[in-house]
Write a protein that binds this ligand. Structure first.
Ligand code: NAP
Length: 323
């Protein structure tokens, strides 16, 4: 039986893999994508990770993975389908194999087989939140995108809109302004949520126009996006804005589906866990963006990975799970 299965290989999962290896734990990191790095891979520039100023997000993600590989961390490319407490899966297990009857811990079911482990570090991160407005789904991939660094190049010399007011929206607007003729940043309030340094940069760009107090009500077009319908939340005025692309950056939703019913999550789906990353299910830990916390950054995700492994070690000592 493994000591720990780490699910996800963004900064939290990779940091956990590195710490687990150095702690001498038998660990496997399961990642559904062939490439490690998580959301950081889609970040054009990271300028707040100490020691690596202005590093490209993709390069930083690669560096994390190279570090883990150099230490000999074990990875498995597979999608996790579910996690079961061993006792709950006992009946099924008995049918599958007699050898595991005396074990405790968890069964991590993947599309590439089952892993038996004493503990789990859930580091699945988060995905893009949707606006859920008419046209959003219809034009996904036809002018609607959730990743400026992935799709921005298709909009060279074109007009785009970014919806949102957080760090990602500001970064997207800055990134798109380099290639696009014009970028509208559409925010539902009269103040951005993004870090001050990003706000200042956005506001200094001549081809970025911020449309305050505006919500996107609908995205229209024929085969491709042509118009986004905006509503001024103060005056109620409706306006049609002609754009070639719409980049939606309205936050993230935790990828915690497989943990439902196993650990407690808050109303947004973030796992309720403190700084030690321990969930309310003994043996399951949550690290990175999936954990309910105040600051979601690469550095806090990496810190979670380290803290989670420390908590795993303490748990293993306390619980004395036998093989
Ligand atoms: P975020 O910080 O949650 O911001 C989401 C933005 O979208 C907010 O401005 C919000 O408006 C707006 N919004 C939410 N729902 C909306 C809706 N239905 N209609 C219109 N607007 C809506 O999310 P994020 O920018 O994706 O960032 C996610 C996390 O990663 C954050 O914790 C962020 O700090 C972190 N991050 C950090 C960096 C960095 O340090 N460089 C880079 C990227 C991401 P309100 O402001 O009115 O709520």
């Amino acid at each position: 039986m493994l000591d720990v299965v780490i699910i996800g290989s963004g900064p939290a999962g990779l940091s956990a893999a590195i710490y687990a290896k150095r702690a001498g734990l038998e660990a496997v990191t399961v990642e559904k994508n062939p490439m490690s790095g998580g959301q950081v891979l889609n970040t054009y520039e990271v300028d707040n990770y100490p020691g690596l100023p202005e590093i490209n997000g993709f390069d930083l993600g690669m560096k994390f993975r190279e570090h883990a590989d150099k230490l000999g961390c074990e990875f498995k490319t597979a999608s996790v389908l579910g996690i079961k407490k061993k006792q709950e899966a006992e009946a099924e297990l008995r049918a599958a194999s007699d050898a595991v009857e005396e074990e405790s811990g968890f069964l991590v079911e993947t599309d590439e087989g089952v892993l038996h482990t004493k503990t789990v570090i859930a580091a699945m991160g988060a995905g893009h939140a949707k606006l859920n407005i008419p046209g959003e789904e219809e034009f996904a991939g036809a002018g609607v995108s959730y990743c400026a660094t992935c799709d921005g190049a298709f909009f060279r010399n074109k007009v785009t809109a970014v919806i949102g007011g957080g760090d990602v929206a500001a970064e997207d607007a800055i990134f798109l302004a380099r290639a696009c003729e014009k970028v509208y940043l559409i925010h539902r309030r009269d103040e951005l949520r993004a870090a001050k340094i990003l706000q200042e940069e956005v506001m200094s760009l001549p081809n970025v126009e911020i449309l305050w107090d505006a919500t996107a009500e609908e995205i229209k077009g024929k085969e491709q996006v042509e118009t986004v319908v905006l509503k001024n939340v103060k005056s109620g005025e409706i306006r049609n804005l002609d754009v070639d692309g719409v980049f939606i950056a309205v936050g993230i939703i935790p990828d915690s589906e497989i943990l439902k019913g196993i650990v407690s999550c808050d109303e947004k789906g973030y796992v309720i866990a403190g700084e030690d990353c321990a969930s309310d299910m003994p043996g399951i830990f949550a690290a990175g963006d999936i954990r309910g916390k105040k600051l979601r950054q690469i550095i806090t995700a990496a810190a979670d990975g380290a803290n989670a492994v420390t908590a795993v070690q303490e748990y293993l000592l306390r619980s004395k799970i036998t093989k």
